[in-house]
Design a protein around this ligand. Sequence first.
Ligand code: MSP
Length: 662
Amino acid sequence: MRYFLTTAIDYVNSRPHLGTAYEKITADVIARYHRLKGDDTWFLMGNDEHSQNVFKRALEQGKAPLAYCDEMEQAFRETWAGLDISFDDFIRTTDRRRHFPAVQALAQACLDNGDIYEGTYEGHYCVGCEEFKPEKDLVEGLCPIHKTKPEWIREKNWFFRLSKYQQPLLEFYEAHPSFIEPEVRRNEILRFVEGGLDDLSMSRAGQSWGIPLPFDPKSVVYVWFDALINYAAAAGYGWDQERFRSRWPANLHIVGKDITRFHCVIWPAMLMSAKLPLPGQVFGHGWVFFKGERMSKSLGNMVDPLDAAKRFGPDPLRLYLTKEVPYGGDGDFTWERFEEKYNADLANNLGNLVNRVASMSERYRQGALAAPGSRSAVLAGAAETAVTAYTAAMERLALHEAAAAAFRLISATNEFVATNQPWALAKDAGKAAALSSVLYDAAEAVRIAGVLLQPFMPASAAEILRRMGTHQPAPELRLSDAAWRADAARQIINDGALWPRIEDQGAIVVSETPTRETAEKTETSETKDAARGAGDQAPSVTVAETRTAPATSDGLITIDDFMKVELRTAKVLTAERMPKSKKLLKLSVDVGEPVPRTILAGIAESYEPDDLVGRSVVIVANLAPRPMMGLVSQGMVLAASAEGGSAMLVNPEPAVPGTRVR
Ligand code: MSP
């Protein structure tokens, strides 16, 4: 199937920020999903250059507007490359070969159909929105979005008869219920159109920066009328009719909620006027805020997506934005939450699983896993359920649900490893076949998760598939590859931590705060260890960012003090009494790391060892190792104990071993 999708084209008066990048990342996930389905996918992006703000910015910098736009194109392309955005075409509204003829042809078609007439416009114009603002929409005389005073403009303009399309638009929405998604936007647009439509001023007089109207070369086309046509221009309209016929209409326009009106009302009316087919769907996504605030130059809080991608690579950012923000709704970005999710989803969950499966396959089978005679019904079932849920969610553009479905398979696989205890099977020569199957099944489930995550984390997915011994280059990978396979031997590759865990040293009290210099040194050396695949321990990295927490003088501790204690869930794998000790039990616990930890716990008077096996407990995971009775205890198990009373273990709901407790 042919699938043509687009994003909004960006104003180039400033560099891309996390909000504009969010849109491109989500569109890229959808494009990659369609390629995974085998669709003949064409993904279009571009830059919107004929805005007055762009013109002003160029002049401020002493540059010719076009030269400025050429430079900005490079900045945008660099950002999109840094985020692994796989667009197939990139159009600029200053493109004279493709965009100019398309805009002029479409304006002419609307004129020829009697939908453009001459008149005079008078009103408030917000340059930030590039839109005339009705008096009633102003707040204390200011644009509610840009908080600036609009210009009062009175000029001879050409008008597009938008009002004529009120009824045809309402009929079109009725006949195509999924044209506007999500539902909240559809309702907004329906209410707006039902309220009546004013004709639209579609030209600006006396300006040079823009595309001249074919029927009045002294006027240029209004920037929005110009910009919307980019989608048809890239497809060939006005310069290659053959190409246009084979590519138009677009299946999906992805745009922010602030500009759905342009795409769901003005654009379809323009197409109706020019007698062209309408696109399949407009999806109006929500906004990403930074710490709850709109990102803006004036607030100085624009997050550069490349900074976020540099922190851990593009994939963790892509995953964060698509998994944590329900697609269609608004979301928030904070560095703290980003790091927290990185640790939870990638370092502790997926990364740890890939590591464990690879290191155990290497240790017990030199990486060579033969095709087993059977499969785990539980795990194969979990994989099938995940694939079904993932596909249904992707088809509805519920990207967050699709990512969550893939992660449910990852959690199920972690659970499978914890339950089947390959390390215990390895001790028993009679269980060699069972060990082989457990390792193969776990590797197969990880491979399937890798296929599902490919649109979200393309580079990481390729690496996961390589490690699981089934490397397939992305163009060949298909959704059908997510079916369970047990028919071929695999050579698993153990290559160290994929996502080293971040230990946030920012939570240290003032006196212990490391200097930036020492923090950076730690990061460099530990990152290198991670890259080398430092043994079995999950390597940790110190973030080179320091925050201080004021100590309190009333004996209370701050949240930062508390967060120094790393509490994690763990699962008891084995328990035995310590010889010559009434109080101590020796526990082997799974904390979600490649190798179980040994902990000596003073609970022997309260618990029988056998009753503990399989139980979830909470441990202090960052306690300095303590030599005790000839062993080294690597943590402490939490228990409640009244003075002289027996110990009662803290009993969490079953959670993936290694989950942070806070
Ligand atoms: N040039 C117009 C679009 C013309 S499309 C024919 C424009 N440009 S923009 O640069 O202001 O915005 C580009 C896209 O980024 C829009 O879809 C907009 O909604 C989106 N976003 C801008 N800030 C955003 C967030 N903070 N969060 C999510 N998306 C946001 O509008």
